[in-house]
Design a protein around this ligand. Structure first.
Ligand SMILES: C[S@@+](CC[C@H](N)C(=O)[O-])C[C@H]1O[C@@H](n2cnc3c(N)ncnc32)[C@H](O)[C@@H]1O
Length: 344
């Protein structure tokens, strides 16, 4: 069963500040890697053999789905590909038509109402939807029940802030930094340890939920250049509050991810690649940056610093960005990873 986990959902609802309208940065990566998954499923995989001929239910899980639209997009791409494969390979021999069940997982405080209210109208013909609340750092679905799992931009959220990084007496105290910036060795180590623990739980749970030979598709970022935002926190709250805050967020190195998968031992790595972020070549506008960070960080900032801080912070950020635009050249280190695992 799902274990508890610190939880900061994306901004809910569907107004201009919500995640729905500010998730194109993540979508660009999902789009960019979609074709690779398609090719892999169509050409190198015998997924359809996993279904019983008299019970053609194909089950997909999206872990950390948030409120859309990216999750719908990812799911649609998988159902389209599996349908095509089914048409090519199975139609004549299959006894009953192929049906899809899609399990949308996120923390219980995710805005599931908005998620289901904004499902694209076509979903009714495409698949049956199920909401699965609970932390993916633990089991959220029955054993051997999922043919394809998908997760994007999720596992950089740790299950909790690493121990001691908010403890002023500890050598791992993160001072007035609020994320792992590799400046204090003990802090980096604390984040790494937490990431290893969390990844191990995540992979163990997925290995149990996937059917043998089922696929797990995962993508996310190895490094992200967002930290400048917090330079402005000092203007809107007290130093003491900042010193007691650190984000439960860690962007791993490629080798750390690979080691976690190998140590888990339940999967073969079918594909594991890195690439630069597809939007890297574009000049992101200040508005884009402010809205995007607002949509995915507001809940966390609000919880620790109070809701009045959020508006003030992003207001100040917008003003400062006008005067001193970000040097995007410095941010061009954002590397994206893309993994397809097969359950042994
Ligand atoms: C940046 S959003 C990504 C949403 C979507 N997958 C996408 O690519 O646009 C991260 C999501 O992961 C969810 N999340 C974080 N930790 C989680 C956990 N332990 N269990 C389930 N969901 C989690 C958050 O609530 C949030 O909805």
């Amino acid at each position: 069963m799902s274990t508890s986990s610190q939880s900061y959902p994306m901004s809910g609802g569907d107004d201009q500040h919500s995640y729905i309208h500010n998730s194109s940065y993540q979508k660009a990566v999902i789009d960019g890697v979609e074709e690779k998954a398609r090719q892999y499923i169509l050409e190198k995989n015998n997924l359809l053999n996993l279904m019983k001929p008299d019970l053609s239910i194909f089950t997909i899980a999206n872990y950390g789905c948030s409120i859309g639209p990216n999750t719908f997009h990812a799911v649609q791409s998988i159902t389209d590909t599996v349908k095509l494969k089914h048409m090519k390979e199975r139609q004549e021999i299959s006894l009953v038509p192929l049906e899809f069940q899609v399990c949308f997982n996120d923390q219980a405080n995710n805005d599931f109402n908005t998620l289901f209210r904004t499902q694209p109208p076509s979903f009714e013909q495409e698949y049956f939807s199920v909401g699965v609340p609970g932390s993916f750092y633990g089991r959220v679905l029955p054993r051997n029940s999922i043919h394809i799992g998908h997760t994007s931009y999720t596992t950089h959220w740790l299950s909790k802030v690493p121990e001691h990084v908010c403890d002023k007496k500890s050598p791992a105290w993160n001072k007035n930094y609020i994320h792992c910036n590799n400046l204090i060795e003990e802090v980096t180590e604390a984040y790494k340890v937490q990431f290893r623990k969390d990844m191990s739980v995540f992979l163990k749970a997925r290995a149990e939920e996937l059917v043998p030979e089922g696929l797990m598709i995962a993508l996310g970022e190895l490094f992200i250049c967002f930290i400048f935002i917090f330079l402005y926190l000092q203007g809107v709250t007290t130093l003491e509050k900042i010193e007691l805050f650190s984000m439960p967020m860690y962007f791993p190195q490629y080798s750390e991810l690979k080691r976690a998968i190998e140590q888990n031992g339940s999967f073969t790595i079918e594909m594991m690649e890195t690439t630069s972020h597809p939007l890297e070549a574009l000049q992101l506008t200040n508005d884009f940056i402010t809205l995007m960070f607002g949509a995915f960080l507001s809940t966390m900032i609000e919880k620790h610093f109070g809701d009045f801080v959020v508006d003030e912070l992003f207001d100040q950020l917008a003003k400062k960005l006008l005067k001193h635009p970000i040097d995007f050249e410095k941010c061009k280190k954002n590397m994206v990873y893309y993994i397809i695992l097969k359950r042994k």
